[in-house]
Design a protein around this ligand. Structure first.
Ligand code: PGA
Length: 250
């Protein structure tokens, strides 16, 4: 079902105390009731965060997971481990995972399929690099990222997918895609899904924008018809900024 969603990707920030402080600050903010709010602290703080938010509507989600069930994968976390602590959603394919940790479309396809099989919801991130945008290849790059990692999924799996379009050149750079650039790409993504599956699947899908979303630009970006919310990095680390973004839908 298409929902308004704002998710905070905390990346490798906030130790146990920092997590507690930030969540306390967030709990004192008022958040629009029609927006699904998610936060993604680091693995070691997921359980504490879940406990701390147990009486709120804010969902705790994971930043990553491995594609295998279990076994000799030192340093990795499985879908079942996330589920055992009550995590229902996992971010996969973030551009930092792709560029610093070598996650290819092929690896991501395995991760997505494992998460879906295990009943997790996937927030799948993708987006072009600056050179792709400059050369005009951005639509093709995005279409192939989607096709390679997702289009082997059966139609039924799409109820477990949220997409997060994050142009790499806009992540953590202070440079945002204009609301028009975001809308153009989101409309293209929806059309691509509609062609690969069907119009209903595309229409029900939540497509988030990510990349330097701040309180000052969120409202304009979220006002676009194919933008269903945001995946927020830096601004998610300041409770009042994150709340302002959650409350930025018209
Ligand atoms: P940013 O990060 O908001 O700091 O640009 C977004 C993201 O990486 O998901």
């Amino acid at each position: 079902m298409r929902k308004k969603i704002v998710a905070g990707n905390w990346k490798m920030n906030m130790d146990v105390q920092g997590t507690e402080n930030l969540l306390n600050a967030l709990k004192s903010e008022s958040l629009a009731a029609d927006v699904t709010v998610m936060v993604a602290p680091t693995f070691v703080n997921l359980s504490a965060a879940k406990q701390q938010l147990s009486e709120t509507e804010v969902e705790v989600i994971a930043q990553n997971m491995h594609f295998a069930e279990s076994g000799a994968y030192t340093g990795e976390i499985s879908a079942a481990m996330l589920q055992a602590i009550g995590i229902k959603t996992v971010i996969l394919g973030h551009s930092e995972r792709r560029s610093y940790f070598g996650e290819t479309d092929e690896i991501l396809e395995k991760k997505v399929s494992q998460a879906i099989d295990k009943g997790l919801q996937v927030m799948f991130c993708f987006g072009e690099e600056l050179a792709d945008r400059k050369s005009g290849a951005h639509f093709n790059v995005v279409a192939s990222q989607l096709k390679n990692a997702l289009f082997a999924l059966p139609k039924t799996a799409w109820s477990q997918i949220i997409l997060a379009y994050e142009p790499v050149w806009a992540i953590g750079t202070g440079e945002t895609a204009s609301a028009e650039q975001a809308q153009d790409m989101h409309a293209f993504i929806r059309k691509t899904i509609s062609e690969a599956y069907d119009a209903t699947t595309a229409e029900q899908l939540s497509i988030l924008y990510g990349g330097s979303v701040k309180p000052g630009n969120a409202q304009e970006i979220f006002s676009k018809p194919d933008v269903d919310g945001g995946l927020i990095g830096g601004a998610a680390l300041v409770a009042s900024d994150f709340a302002a973004i959650v409350n930025a839908f018209n």
